[in-house]
Design a protein around this ligand. Structure first.
Ligand code: COA
Length: 362
């Protein structure tokens, strides 16, 4: 029995490889640092779905159909009522996605890729008392998300930064939500069921729910001078430092560097709160030194969530929406894995060791 299935190999995949010792992520044969340089969200959809689903995956055609799907699913936001609007954004997304039909074809996949991208900006606006903005089918997915969020055409730097984020987090081996997606796909259920289960797994603070708390931590620390004392006190209380540590990486998470690089043009264009980035940098340095000193047996380094928090904040997403943006990007990974599992895998059905009471003898 392996608690948490640590180091257990439960699938063969051609989609991505996470090398935790070297700190390297390869997505379908391309290293993350090369992929993130010039790939758009649409490029990574084509890369991950290629060979796993029937249909035309040429870039222009995909962009057109995805845009069309965004327009189609926008009608579903009418079903958001006052009761559901009280829930956290990712839970509202989950409720809306649950209404979509199940299916295994390209149409179903594109609907599931478009839906969270349309739902999240609309949910955020409705929560603010603003009217949702309809999608523009002619824009790229990243440009349209930002346009639906804030109105008006986003800057080229912002579109590039969101593309970099969505590409960076598109797939990541057999993480908890992807495993959930594969388990569901292995039963023969459709892609909507897989994506729904995966969203449920993603929202936990140990998986995709960490970046919001990263900003809370930075706010609580407040000044660079306070970093060391605050971090030590948090560890004294037995808390974990959000944005640090990883189940697989024993070195720096390569996605953290990809996102740090993606932030640079925004900083240079004056589109990021400079004070916050300087504070974050000081907190990162202090946390690494303290973790090294206090947890010498466990290499703990920065993970993807630390820079996710800074990047998504700079793009105008409120912190309670960060998990929802993660879901927008990771849906392509969940779908690709679900398809791979459905095409090549077997029903996933491990066994448990019974440690409960024995029946009394008659
Ligand atoms: N801050 C402080 N200590 C940490 C830590 C963190 N962020 N992450 C792990 N540790 C410590 C644990 O307390 C434990 O120490 P102990 O042996 O003295 O009790 C040791 O490192 C091993 O932790 P373990 O729970 O076995 O690691 P894991 O592989 O199960 O955990 C995470 C991985 C990601 C869940 C964990 O690092 C974490 O909670 N990080 C913070 C949340 C986060 O950033 N999540 C996003 C992940 S991408």
């Amino acid at each position: 029995m392996k608690n948490g299935l640590e180091d257990v190999i439960a699938a063969e995949t051609q989609l991505s490889d996470v090398d935790g010792e070297a700190g390297r992520l390869v997505i379908r044969g391309v290293s993350l640092e090369h992929l993130v340089d010039d790939a758009s969200y649409e490029d990574v959809v084509i890369l991950l779905l290629g060979g796993l689903i029937e249909g035309n995956l040429q870039k222009e055609e995909l962009r057109r159909r995805l845009g069309h799907m965004r327009t189609e699913v926008f009608a579903d936001i009418r079903t958001i009522d006052d009761h559901i609007l009280e829930l956290p954004p990712v839970d509202i997304m989950r409720a809306l996605i649950a209404r979509l039909p199940d299916g295994d074809d390209l149409e179903a996949a594109l609907r599931l890729l478009a839906a969270p991208a349309v739902f999240l900006p609309a949910i955020l606006r409705l929560k603010n008392g603003d009217k949702p903005i309809a999608p523009s089918s002619s824009l790229s997915q990243s440009a349209d998300i930002l346009a639906m969020l804030g109105g008006g055409l986003p800057s080229a730097e912002k579109v590039k930064a969101l593309d970099a984020y969505l590409v960076t987090i598109s797939d990541h081996g057999l993480n908890a939500s992807t495993f959930a997606s594969r388990v569901i796909a292995s039963t023969g259920a459709g892609l909507t069921s897989s994506v729904l289960g995966a969203i449920g797994a993603l929202k936990g603070p140990l998986h995709g729910g960490a970046p919001g708390p990263v900003l809370d931590m930075l706010d609580a620390i407040g000044t660079q001078e306070n970093a060391k004392a605050w971090l030590n006190q948090a560890l004294d209380r037995g808390e974990r430092l959000m944005g640090f540590g990883h189940r697989v990486y024993r070195v720096r998470d390569p996605r953290a560097d990809a996102l740090k690089l993606a932030l640079k043009p925004l900083i240079e264009a004056g589109q990021v709160d400079r004070e916050r980035t300087e504070l974050a940098s000081a907190v990162e340095q202090a946390a690494l030194a303290i973790l090294k000193e206090r947890k010498p047996d466990r290499p703990l380094d920065v993970n993807v969530e630390f820079y996710t928090a800074l990047l998504l904040d700079a793009l105008g997403f409120p912190r309670d929406a960060f998990t929802g943006v993660f879901a927008i990007g990771r849906t392509i990974g969940w779908i690709a894995h679900a398809r791979e599992q459905a095409l090549k895998g077997r029903l996933i059905r491990p066994r448990s060791v019974y440690v409960g009471p024995l029946p009394r003898a008659a």
